[in-house]
Ligand binder design. Structure first.
Ligand code: ATP
Ligand code: MG
Length: 414
């Protein structure tokens, strides 16, 4: 029955995958902490306006990918497709303009109605950061360095390339936009329908098109670099200089644009060849126009987001799951004593595995199957002598240990 299947593009995250994701989130959070970032958690749904206004009416996300519905109060609600718009909204709603600069780490689920495939889901998860209120190009350097550090600690940095480009300031973008309109207007017959719409409303967006015909045209399109004014060029140079100073390698990709309307100046992506078509693992840029576009005071910002699923596919080794110690009563009469011992050890922070049925050999078999590290056998005769048997399940070696000093003897098996 289809209603017993998860919705296409979603899946259940079981223990091992949960642990892997936790590792990614914790690595991101810890690195962000070292850079002075606090954490923010905004709702997973917002008024649709929040996304429409910030992502732009012509973005793929707004035109095709949003999960939008009317709630029982008649409000138009959208499940968040990305994190930045909600954080900008929170910045305004909470009157945070007095506290600049602000540094936030976030993580959580995002929702986009896309064609599911490897590395592309309808519910996916991101970690990300935002640095709000710093106009200096060094803010761009900081967030990029932070992203690189997260990738380094996950052991994947050397399988990615940092691609970077500039989208310039408003004046440069206007000049470039005019050049693009001029160019693409001469090739209307080849342009995809989507891109023809974009040509009217946001020609820059055409550069982000995935349509094959469009791609060929895009390769011959005018380059942004030729339309940058001095201010924009200097800004970009400073970002690159900062990256050089930190020894962060990058490749200038003059065709790189971000799919969203609110970006200016720096745009960057850490990409990999290891994941096939879905090669972008971490992507971000500067969004100086976003907060004012939403109705807040003009406030610069920069940030990035990385897909947890794509990161998880790249990471080779995750830290192993903590292995349990099985507490096993020998005979039914010992069940309660075993329960009490397990209770006490759990209270001391040991990972304890317990079963409530079966004879000794069955319980040992299950403990092994669950990959327990050791077992404590609680037998009547031993308990009478205030001891228990500790068996190392990896070596089979076993010893009697005093019940009064259990935790001391178990510590090596933690
Ligand atoms: P793409 O070009 O792959 O569609 P995007 O430009 O839409 O990416 P962003 O909005 O920049 O992606 O999101 C940042 C990151 O989030 C991506 O680099 C990717 O790692 C991840 N991501 C985006 N969409 C999905 C998805 N549908 N499923 C899984 N991960 C995703
Ligand atoms: Mg996309």
């Amino acid at each position: 029955m289809s209603s017993l299947q998860p919705v296409r593009g979603t899946h259940d995250i079981l223990s091992q995958e949960s642990a892997d994701r936790r590792h990614i989130v914790e690595t991101g959070r810890n690195v962000a902490l070292c850079y002075g970032y606090g954490e923010i958690s905004t709702p997973i749904f917002e008024f649709t306006e929040v996304f429409k206004r910030t992502l732009g009416d012509t973005s793929d996300i707004v035109t095709k990918e949003m999960y939008t519905f009317e709630d029982r109060g008649g409000h138009e609600i959208t499940l968040r497709p990305e994190g930045t718009a909600g954080i900008a909204r929170a910045f305004i709603s909470n009157g945070l303009a007095q506290n600049l600069p602000l540094r936030y780490f976030y993580q959580g689920p995002m929702f986009r109605y896309e064609r599911p495939q490897k590395g592309r889901l309808r519910q996916f998860h991101q970690i990300g950061v935002e640095l709000i209120g710093v106009p200096s190009p060094l803010a761009d350097v900081e967030t990029i360095a932070l992203g690189a550090q997260v990738l380094r600690e996950l052991g994947v940095l050397d399988r990615t390339v940092l691609e970077i480009n500039t989208l310039g300031d408003t004046d440069s973008r206007n000049a470039y936009r005019a050049a693009l309109v001029d160019y693409f207007s001469k090739h209307l017959d080849v342009l995809s329908e989507d891109s023809r719409t974009r040509l009217q409303r946001n020609p820059l967006r055409i550069l982000d098109s995935k349509d094959k015909g469009d791609r060929a045209l895009i390769n011959e399109a005018p380059l942004f670099a030729d339309y940058l004014n001095d201010v924009s060029r200097a800004f970009f140079d400073d970002v690159l200089k900062g990256l050089d100073a930190l020894g962060l390698a990058y490749s200038h990709n003059p065709r790189l644009v971000r799919g969203l309307d609110y970006y200016c100046h720096t745009a960057f992506e850490f990409t990999t060849e290891a994941l096939g078509a879905q090669g972008t693992v971490l992507a971000g840029g500067r969004y100086d126009g976003l907060i004012s576009a939403m109705g807040g005071a003009v406030t610069p910002g920069i940030g990035w987001a990385a897909g947890i699923e794509r990161l998880a596919m790249l990471v080779d080794t995750f830290p192993p799951l903590a292995r349990a110690i099985a507490v096993i009563p020998v005979g039914d009469d010992m069940q309660e004593t075993a329960l009490k011992i397990a209770h006490k050890l759990r209270g001391e922070g040991f990972v304890i595995d317990m079963d409530y049925s079966g004879n000794l050999s069955k319980r040992l078999k299950r403990a092994n199957k669950r990959h327990a590290r050791a077992a404590i056998l609680i037998g009547e005769e031993e308990v009478a002598r205030d001891v228990a048997t500790l068996r190392d399940l990896d070596t089979g070696e076993q010893n009697e240990i005093p019940l009064s000093a259990l935790s001391k003897h178990l510590t090596p098996f933690r």
